[in-house]
Each structure stands twice: as structure tokens, then as C-alpha cells.
Design a protein around this ligand. Sequence first.
Ligand SMILES: [Zn+2]
Length: 407
Amino acid sequence: MKEFQEYDVIGYPRLVRLNPNIPWKTRGNGAVSIRLGEGVGKKFLIGEIGNEKYYGYSGFKSNDNISMNDAGKRLEKIIDKYAFFDDRNTNPAFVVMEKKPTQGLYWDAVRKIVNLNDVKKILRQNNATYHGYKNKRGLIGATSAISWRPKDKTYEIIAYREKKKIGSKRKINGKSVIKMDKKFSFTFNNYDYENKKIVIAPSSPCPVLFGIRGNKPDLIKPMEIIKSEKINRWFIFETNQGTDEHLQKKKIGNINAYESVIAKGKILSKPKTIQGGHVIFSISENNHQIDCAAYEPTKNFRNLIRELEKNDFVTVFGGVRKKPLTINIEKIKIESLADVYEKIIPSCPKCGKKMKSIGKNQGYRCRKCGIKTKKIQTKKIERKIKTGFYEVPVCARRHLSKPLKRF
Ligand SMILES: [Zn+2]
């Protein structure tokens, strides 16, 4: 970061998550944008590399000395030095723009599939300085991250590992994570109490040691509570994580693959558990239907889904996979529960013994006395679940999913 010393960072660096259903994305489909300039106003700590502190400014003044070409050249050097070009799925890019592109680009990139040529057109129209490596798809993420206008927003402090530790098992004390989680209620997705899992640390062999997410940027104190291996550097990011901005309300008949949707419908039949432990059911609306799934990694959430019955009315929130077209449930709102009845086997009016079924819808007969009855009695079953919102456990949550804690 030394290369940037004579530019100030305006605001916080931004970590923008884009459509989580894109098949060719790199891991969390994240892009970073940083506003550089000459800072004015309030100055605040945004990060540390070694003992060197980095600050952001609340405002900026126009300065003609800032050259986009110069910034581009420096970025190129940094990317050449640090990017992992060998990974098949990484397609880095950088974009330097004086003016933000319209926010429509962000909304498309977080909810749909954006065409690279459309983005190149935007870059040319805006006189941007840019470079896309390999298949150049990184340009989509970079440009979209710049176009984000935070409305709902959260923050994440990311602590990075020492270079020599990358790839080895992370050392993080679970008790300290629980302590931090309990002390700072404005943070979220820290620890999965149900599955006893630390959620602040990724499982991939990346440079991130852990990240703490919160509704406020005051995340330095929470970070200091975590007992872990040495933190090499850290930064606070402003993000769209935990906002549900990837979701859009859709009629079941209009749902496309790779979108994330909020869809309402009536359950067609009792959910089934299929091979691999996934639980599947279909919902319908106006003669259209779609499958919904609670996959194995959602653990105990599946027990709730298994309690659903035919004719229950639900709103499902989740990403849509293509084959077969299925909503991968992130959250569910049980709107109403259907009345469910079970048949009661009648007792013989003469001898009191349980009667036997003669056949489907044929009634019952006492084997001893031969007395028949056609009257079928039913009893209403008491449902084990209640209406309301339910979400997958912390360990199975997507970056963009809004935790119920934030509702
Ligand atoms: Zn009898």
C-alpha cells in the first residue's frame, strides 16, 4: 500500500458482494472499491499494516493533481505483484473512474448476469482507466463495485494472516469468539451455537484470518477480544453484506436460473428427504410451480422444513439453481399452516375391539362380530411448528443474506 501514500482514502474501503449464483464467480463474488482524493473533515482509523496506521476522511475537496493514469499505473503494479493468476477461476481487473457509473449496474450485477461488453461500453463512455486480466470478467465486478450507492449497509473488519501461515490451519480461540459475540450485539454471524462452529473465519486457504461483521464500523474493540494467531494487518470495509439486496420478489412463473428470489406459494406435497440428506418440496402459484430445497449443510433447519405439510402457505427466500430449477432456501416465512387431519380407526360398538379397514374408502369391519361402519372419523393433528420467519443456521449463511437479527 506504500504506493498510495499521497492519496487519502475517502470514507471506508468498500467490499461489495455481487450475484452469489453466478457459476463462474470466484468464491464469495466480492469486489473492492476505494475512493481516493484529498481528504477533508473528520479523520478516522480504517486499518493497520504492521505498525503503520491508515485513515479515512469524511469528505474530500476537488484536486486537479489527481491523475487517473497515475493511479492506474500504480494499481497495475500492485496487481501484478499480489494477484493469484494461477487459479483457474481468478480473473482480476481494476477500474479507475472519476465519476460513478449509474447504480443500475450494481443492481444488475447483484441480481442478474451482466454482459462484459455492456460494461466495456460503460467504461469507454466514462473515459475510465482499466485493465482486465485473463478472461476480463473481473471488469464487471470492479465497475459494479464502484457503482454501488450504499443505502442499507454493514461493516466488516478483516484481519489478515502472516504470509508464512497462509494455507495452514487457523488458530482462533472459540471461547473468545463467543465472548465477543455476547458483548457486542451490533455484530452478527460470529458463532454458530447450534453447530458449535466459529463462523468469523473462512475455511479456504486464503490470506484472511477472520472477519467480524457489524451494523456499525466500531469493530476494532470486537477484533481485540479475539484470541488468535498474530494479525499481520487489518482493514474496516463498508459492505452490502447482510442486506438481502440480491433478492427480488418474483411470481413463480417468472423465476429464472441464477437469480435470488422472494417467492410466495402453497406447498404441493409434504417435503421429502432425498439422497444426501437434502429436503425438497414444491410450491405453486397460479398453476406454476417450482422446487425448493433445504440442502444438507443447512443442518437442523431441515427439521423445520420436514414439519411443513401440503397446503401450508410460505414465502421462500433464496438463490435459484439451474438444473433442476430449484430455490436454495436461505430464509422462509411460514405465512399460514394448513389444518392436517389423521384418520382414527374406530372401535367396534359391540365388543370394543379395534376394527379393521376393508379397503381404501370402504370403511371398517369388526373381525369378531362382523359389524361394518362406513363412517370415517378424523382427528386434527396438532402442528409442531408456528408461523413466522426462520433462517438457515449461521454456518450456512450467504454473505448477502440478511440475518433475522438485522430485521
Ligand atoms: Zn366387535
